[in-house]
Design a binder for this molecule. Structure first.
Ligand SMILES: [Zn+2]
Length: 456
């Protein structure tokens, strides 16, 4: 593998000093960053030399919460609130029920194409296992082919009608299935950790046993609605976070997705235990719930990253960065809350810290893995150049990302994916979506808003 020398770029390191080099360099050797600094680095004819002039070089973005297989289903079912109790007969649930191993693979692969185009080099993926359907094997096959770094969590349930009871794993079966998935699919880039989808959907025994199997690592959806918060008080006699704390599963390896409705006491417990979280601003807006108090959680010392989540309909990570920042200003009704530098931290080094990976990724520093992106700043929406970094947060878009690298391997060069056949992925996704829609009894083509008419 030749040495890769990227010269003359705006190098945004995201190191502890927030160092930026206006015309700097990044050198990559054997998948690792071997030098970062000002001015052009010396290079030889044996090196691969990349001209970064007019470009920003950033760490790859880190997406801390998602459901990639659901990419196949996006936009098909009508927008509905997410309830604690969910009928299996909604269009959305019929679609999920029809999605088996190959359909999960196809959806996840389409998601990975978009993630790469959006500059994301590390993502999580959560998929609920349905006994006998191979959903997780499909999603994990995609994770391994994607070229991205993936923290993957099979999200077990054992007390919800969201998954029909014949597809539930009992507790012993869940442990066996988790260990099978972990041993089959873990690799240098893919880490498999356990998840119980959420408190209303899993018993205490399932939660504690899976946390033990994950050696302290665990993912879970937290209090995403006021209905959920009220349910926890009624079910346990105390709040959701207090309950998890009593179960002994909150710790540095715990990753909670979009905990929105938290009391001050819950935030303090969460911080004291060192647990991490993911803020999914766009998804929260789509399901019509409130906004996570990101600034308060960060002030409490909680490691917080950003997540795309499903429903979202897109893997545009720039949109999520912008919305996460704007929502906090709106929540505080104060324009001075947060700035674009802080938002870039959330998207990179803070996300890496939330996943426990900040010793390896999240910034451009010597010795870290070469997970990075090169953004073409000579685009109308990122121009004029004086305010480039601010525009990147407020106006950035996936089509400004020119090159993407994971551990020194190019995933995208000059906006063409190197490792995946994008056209084949799209065609396969269309075929699998048609199969799922047919099985779910959804025949409209295209799906129209309620009350619209397809003429001819
Ligand atoms: Zn989720």
């Amino acid at each position: 593998m030749p040495r890769i020398v990227i010269n003359n770029g705006l190098v945004v390191t995201m190191d502890p000093h927030h160092t930026v080099y206006a015309h700097g360099h990044v050198v990559v050797e054997n998948g690792v960053i071997s030098a970062v600094g000002p001015e052009a680095a010396p290079a030889s004819s044996d090196d691969m030399i990349i001209d970064g002039a007019g470009c920003a070089i950033l760490p790859g973005f880190v997406n801390t919460h998602h459901h990639l297989a659901a990419t196949l289903l996006r936009g098909v079912a009508p927008d509905r609130p997410l309830r604690v109790r969910t009928s299996t007969e909604t269009p959305s649930m019929r679609l999920h029920r029809a999605q088996g191993e190959e359909e999960c693979y196809a959806g996840a692969m389409l998601g990975y194409v978009e993630l790469t185009r959006s500059g994301v080099t590390t993502t999580t993926d959560s998929q609920s296992p349905w006994k006998g359907m191979g959903k997780n094997d499909g999603s994990l096959r995609a994770a391994n082919e994607s070229g991205l770094r993936v923290v993957y969590s099979p999200a077990f349930v054992n007390r919800t009608e969201m998954v029909p009871s014949e597809h539930h794993f009992d507790v012993d079966e869940a442990i066996t299935e988790f260990e099978r998935l972990r041993s089959r699919w873990s690799s240098g880039r893919v880490t498999v950790i356990p998840e119980v989808m959420s408190l209303p959907r899993g018993t205490d025994e399932l939660i504690t046993r899976l946390a033990q199997a994950g050696d302290g690592r665990m993912a879970m959806h937290l209090t995403y609605s006021s209905e959920f918060a009220a349910w926890a008080l009624q079910e346990y006699g105390h709040t959701a976070i207090e309950h998890l704390d009593r179960l002994g599963v909150l710790g540095e390896g715990f990753l909670g997705a979009h905990p929105i409705y938290l009391t001050d006491r819950e935030i303090q417990i969460y911080a004291d235990r060192g647990a991490a979280g993911a803020y999914c601003s766009v998804s929260n807006m789509l399901i019509g719930v409130g906004h996570l108090p990101l600034m308060r959680m960060r002030e409490a010392g909680i490691r917080m990253g950003l997540g795309l989540d499903y429903p979202n309909h897109t893997h545009n990570f720039f949109e999520t960065i912008k919305m996460s920042l704007l929502s906090q200003k709106q929540l505080a009704q104060d324009a001075s809350v947060g700035d674009h530098g802080e938002a870039l931290r959330w998207a990179t080094i803070d996300g890496a810290a939330a996943l426990g990976l900040d010793d390896r990724i999240g910034s451009l520093e010597t010795g870290k893995s070469a997970d990075l992106q090169i953004i073409d700043m000579k685009r109308a929406h990122l121009w004029p150049p004086l305010s480039g970094l601010s525009l990147l947060v407020y106006g950035g878009a996936p089509d400004s990302v020119r090159d993407v690298m994971s551990a020194g391997t190019w995933l995208m060069r000059d906006r063409r994916l190197v490792h995946l056949d994008e056209q084949a992925v799209m065609e396969h996704a269309a075929a699998m979506q048609a199969r799922v829609a047919e099985a779910a009894g959804i025949h409209a083509d295209p799906v129209l808003p309620d009350g619209w008419t397809l003429g001819g």
